[in-house]
Design a protein around this ligand. Structure first.
Ligand code: IPE
Ligand code: IPE
Ligand code: MG
Length: 249
């Protein structure tokens, strides 16, 4: 007699525990290009294609929130031509895909500091956010000019302003009050944070929100990302035992 179960487990049953919110540090564009003797900016271009595949996966698996790290507050230290290439690509990605987002019920939010961004980028942000504001499927957060420490600093500043205006007192400052001042106010924390390219660090991404995230690090460079990697990541997440400081089930 065979030991095979009568009904083979389907992908759906395997993913009984799907993450509600996935954060992705899309790393390795430059090394992917260099390894092929191409300029780094070719890697950023290929990275946008990988990002489109990621969004398609998140829609297919009905993930509620996807936060992608597209440009950090520290990335301004890169050479000007690379910065311009990345900003141009992100601007075009958001602008050109906005109709597709609406068609797939994807709501776009841009997380990060707005000060210092060009008029054209601010316009792109406003348009993407307003044109998709009614969408109720996947929420795609684009962390752009984003730094976790900056985000917490901005939150502290906002709380101090509220206190100075007499709206709150020191006793009102609790975790919920801080979370409400973050760019992610009202959103659940990420359950899973994925980073490509073999680097195993957080690089100032979602510092506060990642308190109990599960981390998955794979060696593939970001432009190599595909559905097979996404599924592998979900499988790994489903196998994790999350305890949140307790003793577990
Ligand atoms: C990630 O790829 C994209 C951004 C940081 C904008 P990198 O450009 O960091 O690629 P590597 O890490 O140098 O290979
Ligand atoms: C993190 O990658 C930022 C983004 C993916 C946008 P980096 O390549 O900037 O991070 P480090 O410098 O390796 O830590
Ligand atoms: Mg990098």
């Amino acid at each position: 007699m065979s030991n095979e179960p009568a009904i083979a487990p389907t992908i759906e049953s395997e993913f009984a525990v799907l993450p509600q919110h996935i954060g992705v540090i899309m790393d390795g564009n430059g090394r992917w290009a260099t390894a092929q003797g191409k300029p780094r900016n070719d890697g950023h271009r290929a990275g946008v294609e990988a990002l489109r595949r990621l969004v398609a996966c998140a829609v297919e698996f009905e993930i509620d929130y996807l936060t992608i790290f597209s440009f950090s507050s520290e990335n301004w230290t890169r050479p000007a031509d690379e910065i311009n290439a990345i900003l141009g690509l992100m601007k075009r990605f958001v602008a050109s895909d906005v109709s597709k987002f609406v068609a797939h019920n994807v709501r776009v939010r841009i997380l990060g500091r707005r000060e210092g961004l060009s008029k054209a980028i601010l316009q792109m942000i406003d348009q993407a956010e307003s044109r998709t504001a009614h969408c109720t499927g996947l929420q795609l957060n684009v962390a752009f000019n984003y730094g976790g420490r900056q985000e917490i600093t901005d939150a502290v500043r906002a709380l101090v302003q509220d206190a100075a205006a007499g709206k709150i007192s020191a006793a009102d400052i609790d975790e919920a009050a801080i979370a409400e001042k973050l760019y992610t106010a009202g959103m659940p924390d990420p359950d899973l944070i994925f980073r490509s390219s073999g680097e195993e660090r957080i690089s100032n991404f979602l510092l506060w929100q990642a308190a109990y995230a599960e981390f998955v690090f794979y060696d593939e460079f970001w432009p190599e990302f595909d559905r097979e990697i996404f599924v592998r990541m979900l499988e790994e997440f489903a196998g994790r035992k999350r305890r949140f400081g307790g003793v577990g089930a």
